[in-house]
Design a protein around this ligand. Structure first.
Ligand SMILES: [Zn+2]
Length: 684
């Protein structure tokens, strides 16, 4: 196997470099979330970091990497004798794939062996493999929410815990957690964002000289990995030694009260929730002092720590630009006026050694303050005119809320009073997380039977069913001991039926054809009612709007109905009607969401009068987009907003293309509220 890419040879990305090194020094920092586009060297850097970490001493044969000096008392392979032989291992890098199952992550209990042999037959998962090493999760935002919860719980507790049918296993799982995500593919829930210690924004450099150096080194590495690694071996060895020195120094680093107060001031200034931000900032500043070879935290440590620890905690909604406001940071970092004068500290942005020489862009080189730039309607137009499923919808949707509003825009109208919505469910039997919408097989709920599991393992074995399946064959299998002779195909799992939550994705026409104020008020009231209904049914919601030249994902799928209501209230209206772009944007959003949360079935609610007036063949394009959604098996409902004396019935035709029902606005209410009818009269 050829040598990996050396850590020291990576150009730029100063923030990521420092964030990773500080975590290597102090596990208390709590991991790194790397946000940025694909094609930056983030995964190369994480792999290279693992190679810098000191070797670990482990008990020979222990699958849970117990430290011989302090073995985990709960170790499933234990208890270990003090005299047990030890071995030295490289620090491990474990990668968690997006499609991983819960068993793969936390390990699995073998019911067959447990019944037959009366032992806790536990197969370690990836969390056990990552103990005392690095756990790397590429595209953590696409990981199933349930797995992210398990992962972050383990990271916070330092233990993994598995429980099945009353048998439980617990083992140590302390690891350096690094997650990456491309924010354009969906945000992480805010409460999960908060649980990563540090975040770093990365982007490929725009500096031509630096880009050339990246390519030059990459080519040299590919031509001869071993020779390339040898060239950087001294630099990497020095970094590795510095990690060890900083780890030794760490317990002796002190945080003076003045600096602790500075931490508190900065956290208060950025209005972060709770005390986690203060703790992480303090721990990061301490690690930084140790990294610099100092035994006392100073103001420059606090500044640098704040830049790494606060950006993701300050974020109030996914539409804010990343990063911290520099002026505000400077202001918050200033000494209290009543303190004795101190010389002004020119806060260094990055005082690491500079092994890259001139290729390193220095302070903040890996950062970007770039926000998705506004696109002109003309640009969006062009991309819309291309292939119906290609870059068109993505490109137009990328314009985002920052895009300049077309001239035809009207101010947002307030929503009508919400009403109690009738239940709209996804047909069939789902397997999603518990909720209150569609019928589903769930972990909880009414037991409706037992069956053979479809895979080789099940996480909800049906004990009685399994014993019943094994019982008739005991004599034939020559049972003699106390245990049952149970074979894999005896195992049965419980089938329970309850209700699941769904992803309700609204696609709302906000174009001029819908913009009559009274009508928009009714439409908003209806969507708001459905949003509240979604909240009560524990759905996720998302909102795609279309008008003018394109569609926009106004609310990426979230559990926050407040965010949905806020986006809806501010929704401007007017312009042409790019119905196809709206449907394609929905299609793309659902595709990404299926990766992230494959069991959560979507329900598409298209709120429109069915008109389409933007594009070369507006209605044809819309029908093709609808066909695409229908072919993907998405359950859809069209809410027909057409009103007035002349009706075209286009919404019904769209519903037929989507293979779903069409409902009038008045049919949405659970009990036909008088207010809604009145609103509808006023609108027409
Ligand atoms: Zn062990």
């Amino acid at each position: 196997m050829s040598a990996g890419y050396p850590f020291s040879a990576i150009v730029g990305l100063a923030d990521l470099r420092l964030a990773l090194l500080l975590n290597a020094v102090s596990p208390g920092v709590g991991g790194v979330l790397v946000r940025g586009e694909k094609g930056t060297a983030k995964s190369t850097m994480v792999r290279a970091l693992a190679a810098l970490l000191p070797d670990t001493e482990t008990v020979s044969g222990c699958r849970f990497a117990c430290d011989p000096a302090a073995p985990d008392p709960a170790c499933p392979d234990g208890p270990h004798d003090a005299s047990a032989p030890a071995e030295t291992r490289r620090a491990r890098l474990v990668e968690l794939p997006v499609g991983a199952t819960e068993d793969r992550l936390v390990g699995s209990l073998d019911l067959e062996r447990a019944l037959a042999e009366g032992v806790k037959a536990y197969e370690p998962g990836l969390l056990a493999g990552a103990h005392r090493g690095v756990l790397y999760v590429d595209e953590v935002n696409l990981l199933h929410d349930h797995l992210v919860d398990l992962l972050l719980d383990a990271a916070a507790m330092g233990t993994a815990h598995v429980e099945r049918e009353g048998v439980s296993v617990r083992h140590a799982a302390r690891f350096l957690l690094v997650g990456t995500m491309n924010p354009e593919e969906g945000e992480l829930r805010p409460q999960l964002l908060d649980r990563f210690g540090l975040t770093v924004e990365v982007a490929a450099s725009r500096e031509p000289r630096e880009r050339a150096e990246v390519v030059r080194r990459r080519l040299a590495y590919e031509a001869d990995p071993d020779a390339f690694a040898r060239r950087w071996a001294d630099d990497d060895a020095e970094l590795a030694a510095r990690i060890v020195r900083a780890r030794d120094l760490l317990p002796r680093v002190t945080l003076p009260d003045a600096e602790l107060e500075r931490v508190a001031r900065v956290c208060a200034a950025f209005e972060v929730d709770g005390l986690r931000a203060d703790l992480v900032t303090a721990r990061t500043a301490i690690a930084l002092a140790a990294w610099q070879g100092r035994t006392e935290v100073d103001a420059s440590d606090v500044r640098r720590a704040a830049q790494l620890a606060l950006p993701h905690r300050r974020r109030r909604n996914p539409f804010d630009a990343p990063g911290l406001d520099h002026d505000k940071l400077d202001e918050a970092l200033e000494d209290e006026p009543d303190e004795p004068d101190e010389p002004e500290q020119p806060a260094p942005d990055d005082d690491e050694p500079d092994p890259d020489g001139p290729g390193n862009p220095g302070p903040g080189g890996g950062r970007t303050d770039r926000a998705p730039g506004p696109r002109t309607p003309a640009e969006a137009d062009q991309s819309n005119g291309s292939a119906p499923t290609g870059s068109g919808p993505e490109a137009s949707a990328a314009s985002g809320p920052a895009a300049a509003a077309p001239a035809a825009e009207q101010p947002a109208v307030a929503a009508a009073e919400p009403f109690r919505a009738r239940l709209i469910a996804v047909p069939g039997l789902g397997q999603g997380a518990a909720g209150r919408r569609s019928r589903a097989e769930t972990g909880i709920g009414r037991a409706t039977g037992e069956r053979r599991p479809s895979g080789s393992r099940t996480s909800r074995p049906h004990l009685l069913g399994t014993v019943r399946a094994a019982a008739p064959y005991q004599r034939a299998r020559g049972r003699s001991g106390p245990g049952l002779v149970v074979r894999r195909d005896d195992v049965r799992e419980a089938v329970r039926e309850g209700r699941e939550g769904n992803l309700v994705l609204f696609v709302v026409d906000a174009s001029g054809s819908m913009a009559a104020r009274a009508r928009m008020r009714t439409v908003k009231g209806a969507v708001l009612s459905l949003l509240l209904d979604a909240y009560q049914r524990r759905d996720k919601v998302g909102l795609v709007t279309f008008r003018g030249a394109g569609a926009e994902l106004a609310l990426p799928p979230t559990s926050s109905v407040e965010a949905g209501a806020a986006r809806l209230a501010a929704l401007p209206t007017g312009g042409r009607t790019p119905l196809a772009a709206g449907l394609l944007r929905a299609y793309e959003t659902l595709r990404v969401e299926r990766l992230r949360d494959p069991r959560r079935r979507p329900l598409l609610v298209v709120v429109t009068d069915g008109r389409a007036t933007h594009g070369r063949d507006p209605l044809g394009e819309a029908r093709r987009a609808a066909g695409l959604l229908a072919a993907s098996g998405t359950a859809s409902v069209v809410v027909d907003c057409e009103s007035g004396p002349v009706r075209l019935g286009l919404a019904a035709r769209l519903a037929a293309d989507l293979a779903g029902p069409v409902l009038g606005l008045a049919e949405l209410a659970a009990d036909g509220l008088a207010g809604l009818v009145r609103d509808l009269r006023a609108a027409s």
